[in-house]
Design a protein around this ligand. Sequence first.
Ligand code: PLP
Length: 356
Amino acid sequence: MTEAFGNPASVDHRYGEEAAALVEAARAQVADLIGADVEDVQFTTGSTEGIRLALAYAAERAGPGPLRVAVSRGEHDAVLEAVAVAVDEGWASCTWMEVDGLGRVSASEIERALGEGAKLLCLMAANNEVGTIQDLASAAGQAHGAGASLLVDATQAAGRLKISALDHSLDYVVISGHKLYGPKGVGALVSPGLAQAPPPARYRGHAPTANVPAIAGLGEACRLRRVEMAVDEARIRTLRDELQARLLAKVPGLAINGDVAARLSNNLHVSAPGASNDLVVRYLRDTVAISTGAACSSGADAPSHVLRAMRLPAWRQDGALRISLGRSTTTADIERAAAAIAAAIRLAQAASQEAQ
Ligand code: PLP
């Protein structure tokens, strides 16, 4: 912002060159984290734009006619809405892939979608609500075996799990800065052949000026994740397990949602019996920052489409709490949070009993 403030598109002078060098360094840092070639990284304003862009590339690469897209029911709204718009505009059609009770899309569901002619599979690397991790290597194998490609929303997984776009032949991977301790409003789309491909028709025209400070911040965040991820995630997992154990001990009948055998280490998604989650979150508002669902839909009073797709019983949807940890979370935080969350749940349970 203050030292290399040139425009990276103005390389006729030193200022522009300095800024361009920062952007290129960041591109290499993103590529290193995602296991991709440097030239396959395109900066975006975040995952939402990356997803829209990937859909447009996939539609053009698939040739004339609407692109048949298979979408998991557990995908983030950023995917669901991008696909819905493409369908509305007539350049895509949609096939759903159901999730199981743990939030996973099975190989047979993928097979069914490919059998229906899907040319692009949308599968998130890890779910933003329940943390369930999807087996991407086998999904990519299935997709490629049927001549289809794979769009991976890695917003929640990048920087927490090892992802290698090249090793797993992932066709489109999107990441977002703010989910890996980087700046907001910046992200990347990683896709082989991007440098050679002309932008999709919808994106042709003048290229906007790059947000250099945000891009440099994203690059640095990716570098730090690569160095610190393994140690951080192991520590965060231990803290999460401790919080889970404390809550299980304090809240009778508490259910743990998602795939306990394969979930993000920072994720704890629970359901408290007989406690309205809106009420619990409201009681905790000034002490513990947790949510009832995705950040963008919490407060909306609507049931989570992910929990609905997992077919969780009504009480588990109504009492669902999404608790996230991070690298700054401490043991003292866990102790305080466990006590405060359990107390808020008891209050909400009492309130709903009174109401009956
Ligand atoms: N996909 C997932 C799984 C997310 O969690 C989010 C943001 O929360 C997005 C996409 C959207 O990312 P962005 O806000 O960077 O556009």
